[in-house]
Design a protein around this ligand. Structure first.
Ligand SMILES: C[S@@+](CC[C@H](N)C(=O)[O-])C[C@H]1O[C@@H](n2cnc3c(N)ncnc32)[C@H](O)[C@@H]1O
Length: 240
């Protein structure tokens, strides 16, 4: 189910994704001259953060959404250090093998029905000794929200999200030839301050295909405006 992302509305929202991105970039512990791939880069908020720590580095953003990629390109129009490439993360990435020092990904891998295919690409593009830091929706992510969508009869309007757990992900890493350093699930409930922001979040971030009426019904069920996020956090290395 294709999603038409609106990067301006996405960027205008106060999203927990921003904090997740800060966590991922901090964990990368960039030295300043690395070559970095941002897998599922969206409009480039996390890449901008990483670029601030890469005075001599390069970033390639990969994404399948033309609107997100266009926003990414606009954001970095003046930077020779950053490039955007169209890519389905489950297909071979347009990046040379063993060519990058690090891969990061924020809130993207749970959009992949077959994440193992993307992990294979992470491993292929990393140089020996390279690292990957990832945040994504994890096992039992947004269960309450999904139950509310089901209650309004709109479950068939959800994308095929896949919320992988720890053992499953360690299996993907092993199969791809990556060494898990840290793989964990973290409960990360997010609260939205007003009904207007909450409804906008539902429309532009998670429930794109529902009608306005259905989103209002979902919001009424989730009256505390709290979204029960569970994050899958991964740090892994490509063996030397
Ligand atoms: C919630 S957004 C996250 C964007 C950005 N990383 C952030 O944290 O703001 C999910 C992103 O994953 C991208 N995406 C989803 N499925 C994809 C796929 N199969 N291949 C490439 N990108 C994909 C979407 O286009 C979107 O930009």
């Amino acid at each position: 189910m294709d999603v038409l992302w609106d990067p301006d509305r996405y960027d205008a929202l106060p999203l927990p994704h921003e904090k997740w991105g800060v966590g991922v970039v901090n964990k990368l512990a960039l030295l300043g001259d690395e070559t970095l791939v941002d897998a599922g880069c969206g409009s480039g908020r996390d890449a901008a953060l990483a670029l601030g720590q890469l005075p001599r580095g390069h970033i390639t953003g990969l994404d399948a959404s033309p609107t997100m990629l266009a926003a990414f390109e606009r954001r970095f129009a003046d930077s020779a250090q950053v490039a955007a490439l169209a890519a389905d993360l489950m297909e071979p990435w347009p990046v040379a093998s063993a060519s990058v020092d690090a891969v990061m990904s924020v809130a993207a891998f749970h959009w992949l029905p077959q994440p193992d295919r993307a992990w294979t690409q992470v491993s292929r593009v990393l140089r020996p000794g390279g690292r990957v830091v990832l945040d994504a929706g994890g096992f039992l992510n947004i269960e309450r929200l999904l139950a509310a969508v089901d209650a309004v009869g709109a479950a068939d309007k959800l994308p095929a999200w896949h919320y992988a757990g720890v053992d499953e992900t360690v299996g993907y890493l092993d199969a791809a030839g990556l060494t898990p350093v840290e793989v964990r699930l973290r409960s990360a409930p997010a609260h939205f301050n007003t009904d207007a922001v909450y409804l906008s979040y539902l429309k532009d971030v998670v429930l794109h295909h529902l009608t306005d009426e259905q989103r209002v019904e979902v919001a009424a069920i989730m009256a505390d405006r709290c979204v029960d996020y569970v994050r899958l956090e991964v740090f892994a290395m490509k063996p030397v």
